[in-house]
Design a protein around this ligand. Structure first.
Ligand code: BG6
Length: 528
């Protein structure tokens, strides 16, 4: 396809009902148009909390990867802000070390040298008015010296308790003001977004006070993963799956996000958060929403968020949470041949902590499409391996016509979207075993990203940081989604409050109570 064709707005997304359905029914069309790399306008990316784990392991490496792929604007500045007595060079060397250690793409000294010229640092603490005045005037100076045109995105890679004070500083200095800056000003907020519905609402109100709604980017990095976006391609670019994607054919859905790691050095955050708030409230409910949503009318932020929100609002909690909402905490055990400590023996975790490192729940979705189909969600730390997947289990064939068939082992047909690792899709179905008997057994057909495509998948943060600079909010949950998700989590937390979590041994697939939960329904968890 020629360049002109690729860029031509053949079907405008704002055409409304006058456009025949056949022309409108291709929500992925915009994605196809985006095959040409999109490069953002000149801008600065201001990172608060540059010395934190997230900045070092994800954000700074992602910025290098974007530079290496030629996706940063020619006029770009990376501006760090932290309570350190540093010069620009000190921050540059921290960023270089982080990028060298964690970047996805090959190291290229020339790329770094170009980026290094555009790395700046402003020292200060969050309650220091003078430091924020300096930050604001630095941005003004960069408009001329680096041609950033007043455009800036502020990345809050800081504890949520610090959000209010930083936002207030941005309001005071007018740094959040599009008009005053003469460009665009955007804010990126990391999860967890609030601690419950009430605090999320408070935070939303505060952010919306300082920034306009379309300039707020709430990060759920799972949405930046290629395989998660592929879920939409799989469902809406194919004819094969959508007709059976409903309660007529689907028996149940299992969404798993398992990690073999423990809590590392994050006890301060994790012990007041727990698995349900850390992962269930955001990553897993977003995966559920994408799995269950209706086809968006177009592939735009507004249309996709609207469909996800409808699902989140239709979630039905278990009537009997004691049986269908399970939380667990790992005990000492073995992983990869090494002895690992119990959760309560991790550094800085109180010896009597009741925080869960595992959570599993059965949810329903009260819509015509999903009535009666259970969605089982689980997440946990110190499970046998790191794996995230969405498994759609289909109903068994209502009748088998073979007279001498050994179908004992025949399970449900399954479509498994492997989010990570081994990114891809597996289809499981029954097949004849070679031989004179009509014996049928489950087999698997695999699609592997690594084999099908030559280009490796970008890291979630590369995609999301790029989208922030482009102003594309498609992969960012909006505040109503966050609030609806808390509406699901709050009653569970209330039910669990004060209860001892169920024990499970590190290196095993969670507590027995979680297996019992599925057994009660005549089902069992997949072993991913
Ligand atoms: C984060 C959670 O959002 O996701 C962490 O706070 C978790 O507890 C992490 O380890 C997992 O991310 P990924 O991309 O490695 O699956």
């Amino acid at each position: 396809m020629s360049l002109t064709e690729d860029q031509s707005p053949a079907i405008s997304t704002g055409d409304g009902p006058l456009v025949p359905p056949a022309l409108r029914a291709n929500p992925l069309r915009d994605a196809r148009d985006r095959r040409l790399p999109r490069v953002p306008e000149p801008c600065a990316l201001v990172v608060f909390g540059v010395t934190g784990d997230l900045a070092r392991k994800k954000l700074l490496p992602a910025i290098y990867d974007l530079a290496n792929r030629g996706l940063l604007p020619a006029d770009f500045v990376l501006l760090g802000f932290a309570r350190r007595d540093w010069e620009d060079e000190d921050f540059e060397s921290l960023a270089k070390k982080a990028a060298k250690e964690h970047a996805r793409t090959n190291w290229n000294e020339e790329v770094w040298a170009r980026l290094a010229d555009d790395i700046k640092f402003v020292p200060g603490s969050f309650d220091d008015d003078e430091a924020f005045d300096t930050l604001s005037s630095t941005l003004d100076e960069l408009r001329n010296s680096h041609g950033i045109k007043g455009n800036a995105a502020f990345y809050l890679s800081i504890p949520p308790s610090m959000f209010p004070v930083v936002l207030k500083q941005m309001e005071r200095t007018k740094m959040a003001d599009n008009t005053a800056s003469g460009g665009w000003r955007r804010v990126v907020v990391e999860k967890p977004f609030g601690h419950d519905l009430a605090s999320a609402k408070e935070l939303n109100a505060l952010v919306d006070d300082v920034f306009t709604a379309e300039d707020v980017f709430r990060i759920d990095h799972y949405l930046g993963k290629e395989t998660v976006q592929n879920l939409m391609a799989l469902r809406f670019a194919n004819q094969l799956f959508e007709p059976v994607w409903n309660s007529n054919y689907v028996d149940s859905v299992q969404i798993t996000m398992a990690e073999d790691v423990g809590i590392g050095g994050r006890a301060g955050f994790y012990d007041v958060t727990g698995a349900a708030r850390d992962v269930l409230q955001n990553h897993l409910l977003q995966l559920l929403a994408l799995t269950a949503m209706e086809e968006p009318v177009e592939f735009t932020a507004e249309a996709i968020r609207t469909e996800k929100l409808k699902v989140l609002r239709a979630i039905r909690l278990p009537a009997d949470p004691g049986a269908y909402a399970i939380r667990g905490q790992y005990q000492q055990g073995w992983l990869a041949g090494e002895r690992v400590p119990a959760y309560r023996d991790e550094k800085d975790v109180p010896a009597d902590s009741k925080t869960e490192s595992y959570a599993a729940v059965r949810l329903g979705i009260d819509t015509r499409r999903w009535a009666g189909v259970p969605f089982y969600l689980r997440t946990g730390k110190r499970l046998p391996r790191r794996v995230t997947e969405i498994a759609v289990l289909f109903k068994k064939a209502p009748h088998l016509p073979f007279s001498h068939t050994d179908t004992e082992e025949l399970g449900h047909n399954q479509l498994v979207i492997r989010v990570q690792p081994d990114e891809g899709v597996t289809l499981k179905f029954g097949s004849k075993v070679p031989g004179s008997m009509m014996e049928v057994r489950d087999v698997a057909m695999d699609f592997l990203y690594g084999e099908a495509f030559t280009e490796s998948s970008p890291e979630a943060y590369e995609r999301l940081i790029l989208d922030v600079m482009l102003g594309d909010a498609t992969l960012f949950p909006r505040n109503e989604e966050v609030e609806s998700s808390w509406r699901v989590i709050d009653p569970l937390e209330e039910f669990w409050a004060g209860q001892e979590p169920e024990p499970y041994r590190a290196g095993e697939w969670g507590p027995k109570a979680a297996d019992d939960m599925l057994a009660r329904d005549g089902r069992s968890w997949r072993r991913p």
